[in-house]
Structure formats: C-alpha cells, structure tokens
Design a protein around this ligand. Sequence first.
Ligand code: GLV
Length: 340
Amino acid sequence: MDQLIKVFATGPLPKQVKEKLARFADLKSWEEPTEISEEHLLEQIKDRTAVICLLGDKMSAEVMDAAPELKLIANVAVGFDNVDLVHAKKRGILVVNTPGVLDNATADLAFALLLACARRIVEADQYVRNHEWQGWRTDLLLGSELSGKTLGIVGMGRIGEAMARRGLGFGMKIIYTRKGNEEKDHRLTRELSARRVSLPELISSSDFISIHSPLNHETRHLIGKVELSRVKKHCILINTARGAVVDQKALIAALQDGKLAGAGLDVFEDEPKVPDELIALKNVVIVPHIGSATSETRTAMANLAMEGLLTAFSERLPENTVNKDVWPLFLERLKVGASR
Ligand code: GLV
C-alpha cells in the first residue's frame, strides 16, 4: 500500500476490525447512537479515500461527489441498493459488500418469523401478559402446522437456499423462483427435492412465501396487488430481504382484507418508518431489520468489508467486489493518488 487510506466509517466497528484498520488507515467513525444524517455524512466524507457504510446510508451521487478522492465504498451489507452504482462507475469508485457471511443468520430470522406467524407466538405472549389466559381450551390460539406445507422461496440465492434447508428440516415441500441456468436447479432437486416454478405458480401454490431477492429495478414491487390477490387463503408472507420488493400499500390492504393470513416482516419500504396500519394489525410480526444481527455475523460482516477494502488498496481485486468492471479505473486512480 503506497498511501495511507483515509477511511470514514458511518457506524461503530468491532474492536478487532478497528485495530487492524488502524494499522493501515487513518480511521474516523461515527459513534453516535443514531444513524448519521446526510448533512453530517457530506461533511465527514470530504477528505476521505474510502468509506465503510451501512445499508441505511444513501451513497448517492451527491455524497460521492462530496469526496473528490473517494475510491472505495465498503458496504457492510450484502444488499447494495443504497449505493448508486451508475455514479460509482462514472467516478471509478470500487464497491465491495459482504456476501456469504450472513446467510445462516438471515435464514434463522426468516424461519423464526415464519414460526412466530404460524404459531401466533407474539399474540400468545401478549395474551398471557394481558392476564387473559383462563385455562386450557381445544380452540385456544390455533395456528397452522408446517409439516407437509409448501414453502415458496422468491429468490433462491444463498440465503434462500439456507431458508429452504430449514423448511426441509420441518417437513415442508420447497418450490422456488430464481434467475440463472439449470445446473443449480438439478442440484437443488437432488439435495432438497426442490422445484423451480414461475412466480405466478409460486404465488398460487405456496402456504408460506419467503422473500430473498435483492432489490433492483426488476424486483421493486415484484409482489404487488395482483400477486397478493392470488395467494392461497391461509398464506403467510415473510420478508427479510428488502421492504420495496413487496408493494407495502398492497401488502397492508391484503392483510386488512384477510387475503393474506399473516406476515413476518424484518424490512420495510421506508425504514425506519413503519406505517401505523401495519402496527395495528395482529396478524403481523414486526422486527427492526435484524436479519443479520448476531454477534458472530456482524463481526464477520465488518471484517469482510474491511478485508475487501484493504485488499483493493493493495492492488488485488477483492472477491467481494460488486462492480468488477470498475477495477481498471480504480487502479489508475490509485496510482495517480500515490504519485502525488
Ligand atoms: C442486510 O439486510 C444486508 O443486506 O446485509
């Protein structure tokens, strides 16, 4: 590394990540308990060559342009819909993310939401706390069984597959949608007896639908009014991906009308805002975007983001690069920076 990397981290980093980074970089970080505002971000980033950011930080053209020397964005998330990739390419800014290290944690949470909805755990907990429990009854808080039911996975990537394995362990049948060639489908059929179907087929034949697609221009509102009008009567929807993959207004209407029996939601269209209409619904379990929130996973994510950053500044292409086509321009900018 020919030059000292000037890093700004938009949130606190684990101790060991901080210590390693400090050996190679001049590190500044946002340590406040609240998310950094755009105004502060614009100010803090000015003289920085790299930023380690979180999924709530909008890495817009304006933010990037506030930092003329910015060469790399390390997003501590696998999803990168918060980063303007078109502008990053124009500027020659490399973007790295954190794939692979959060699959189990996220699938655990998706399955926890699925179980919580199916067995009405939150409602039952409140029932006891409200001193409503009068005694055992055959019809008290009946939920639905998982065994033998169909779990439809929208987006069978790494996290979707981890979710499918959990479903299989509970005796569920797995169907899924995904993009890409058939080789992976053969393996998924062999290993999980899973079947790839079209989105309309998944929508109309699943008892539980779990969303695992990234958010991009093809998946925004992938599940909308039409899809929600075609689900099975007792269908429960789980979303741990990105809120905007589901049309939130249509989701609320489907839950209010009873078209959809329930939903387990970790993500929302305009986080951290959660509409009052959703909060008012008993058949919804809501958690604050904690899919990857285990100590092990959060450390691994920060570590992977940092390693991506250090690898790139050592002139080696990180495996976790989102925009590999920017690499030649990044290298060129690195050399210009070093010769100054
Ligand atoms: C979490 O939502 C992530 O994208 O890592």
